[in-house]
Each structure stands twice: as C-alpha cells, then as structure tokens.
Write a protein that binds this ligand. Structure first.
Ligand SMILES: [Zn+2]
Length: 342
C-alpha cells in the first residue's frame, strides 16, 4: 500500500480527487477516440437508423407535467353530431358491424358500406381477416346516413377513404375521394344520365344480374346502343314495366330495363331504336322496394355481362370552385375518423 492511498484529511484528499478526475477525463478522451476511430473506420458511414436515440435522450429528463386528459372520442363525435363504427373483420362483414351497433342498424348499415367497398375490393371475396373499417354516420334515427368511410384492406395493403359531399346546385350528395373524384365510375352511353347512387353491382356478391341505379321516379332512360326493341312487359309481377333491346351490328347483346314507370310511345316491339334515344322513364313497379332502374346486359348466348366491363367508364371530378369547401369538409371528417378508439 502506498503512502498516497492512506486516508488523509484536507489538501492531500482533494489532490487525490483531482487525480481521479484527470484519470476519468483521460479515460473519457480515450473512449471518445475509440468511438471516433471506429466511426471513421466505417466507410461509407451509413445514415443513422430512424430509431436512433439522440445522446441527450439517455439523460434522465425531468418528469413531464401530466397532459390534460383528452376528451373522450365518443363525446367529441357526439358534439359534432356523428357516431363512429369501428369494426375489425374476422368473418362476415355484417357480423363485424352488427357486433358493434346491433342488428337493427347493423343490417342496413352493412348494405350502405358494401356499396362503397365494392369499388375497392370484391365483397366478400376480397375481404381479409384483420381488415379495419371505420364509418362515420349521422347521429340520428332512421336510415343510416354515412358521412365518411375509412377502410384498411389487408389484401391490397392500402387504406381507402371516401367522403359524402353535395356540391352547390347538385341534385344529390355523392361519395368523393380525397382528390375530389367521385368514388363511383360513370358509364359512357349509359342508360341514365344522373342518379343518386348505384345500389347494386355485379361484383357485390349478391348474385344479382343487373346494376341498380337509385333515382327518382320519372328519370329518362336511354338506349345504350342502336338496336331493335324485342320484348316489353314480361313477368310484370317481378319486372314491372320492362323493355328488352337487342343490339344491331356485331355484338348482338341484349339490354334489359326493369321497374319502369312509363314506356315511351315510340318503344313498340320491332321498333328501331338509336343510341341515346329515350325509351322510357324509371320507376318503382314490379318487385321493387324503392325507386330505381335495373339495367342488365347479356351477350348473344345469354351470359350476363358486367356493364362496367362493357361500357367505357370514367370518374367525374368535383368542380374546381368547390374544392376549398370540400377540402375543409375532408379535414373535419378526417379528424373525427382518426380519433383514438376506446
Ligand atoms: Zn336490380
């Protein structure tokens, strides 16, 4: 044991402390040098990983003041006049929705949701376990009015959003994507110019043979191609007032129009019809529960065709003058959709 290590008082003790500090400083310098050398030896230096912690973060920080308790999401929604349905798919879509809101609302709400999802995935074939659905709807009694939907698709590894918006002077609200384009495609030379919503598509898994356009009684119905009127008012109990048109020219396809309120006087069996000619008016006749047009296309051998595969299609965009009002609506709805779930 050396004399310096003997316990002493006063000066010699402080000088021992000073020596210890010098040793520590040298060690720190050496350690720093090693780190520097190791860093500079790596070529090229990789970028720091995204999760790298800044050195200062290792210092114990003063405990932050507890944040003010955020208001409950459901209360925020209620104040805004909405309710939200959050469902994780683990079987049939309707089961997931009914579990959240009960059968009375869950069944009609599922139908409304499916009309949206079919533009992104086949339903039910394209749904996957773990898909996440968030629906914002008006907090009112009656038929569910869906204001926004967010859907995270496992199959497509994508999140979709759609917002209900009615442009000034437009007859109906429509579902728009964030870029202002309509969710639904439009048919070029389709049987009907404007309508509220497509309520059934061939790909929605209901085994229905036509496309249903929800539209007020009396909406003009037009011929989608040149042809000959081949049948009228058959199975009236089911079809209501109905027209069948056989295409002239190469394809010889058949178009059926069901549930009409009126048939145009020119629409006689055997009459030549030109594309775009008004052949009748939409209605709610036969086996129909709400005013709509049923439009069905078949090939010459009777195979049912999807009009969205046969017609040219496009998506309408919101007029530029509406963009800022729409963006504000999207901003508000997104904030509600993104509230934490409880
Ligand atoms: Zn139909």
């Amino acid at each position: 044991m050396s004399r310096d290590s003997m316990p002493t008082l006063g000066k010699s003790r402080s000088s021992a402390l000073g020596r210890n500090l010098i040793v520590l400083a040298l060690l720190a310098l050496a350690a720093g040098g090693v780190v520097w050398w190791r860093k500079s030896a790596r070529k090229p230096a990789p970028p720091p990983p995204a999760t790298a912690v800044a050195p200062s973060a290792s210092k114990p920080a003063a405990p932050p003041a507890p944040p003010p308790r955020p208001p409950k999401s459901d209360d925020v929604l209620k104040r805004a006049g909405f309710r939200r349905v959050h469902a994780v798919i683990n079987g049939p879509l309707e089961t997931a929705i009914v579990q959240q809101v009960g059968r009375e609302l869950g069944q009609p709400l599922t139908q409304v949701v499916v009309r949206t999802l079919v533009w992104w995935v086949d339903v039910p074939a394209g749904l996957r376990k773990g898909d996440v659905l968030d629906v914002l709807l008006d907090d009112k009694e009656g038929d569910p009015v869906v204001e926004a939907i967010r859907f995270q698709s496992e199959k497509n590894a994508q999140t979709y959003r759609v917002y209900r918006y009615q442009a000034h002077g437009a007859p109906f609200a429509r579902y728009l994507q964030a870029d202002g384009q309509e969710l639904e495609q439009r048919l070029k030379d389709g049987p009907i110019d404007d309508y509220e919503q497509i309520t059934s598509l061939l790909r929605d898994g209901r085994g229905h043979k036509g496309v249903d356009f929800k539209t007020p009684v009396g909406t003009p119905v037009k011929a989608p191609f040149d042809g000959e009127l081949s049948r009228k008012n058959w199975k009236v109990g089911m079809n209501g007032n109905s027209i069948e048109l056989k295409e002239s020219g190469g394809h010889h396809r058949t178009a059926l129009f069901l549930h009409l309120s009126e048939i145009a006087p020119e629409s006689k069996i055997g009459a030549s019809i030109s594309r775009g000619q008004v052949i009748g008016s939409s209605g709610n006749t036969g086996h129909s529960f709400a005013p709509h047009l049923h439009y069905q296309l078949e090939s010459s051998d009777g195979t049912v065709l999807d009009p969205f595969a046969v017609h040219e299609t496009s998506r309408r965009a919101l007029p530029a003058a509406e963009k800022s009002a729409f963006d504000a609506a999207v901003h508000k709805l997104d904030a509600l959709l993104d509230l934490p779930t409880e």
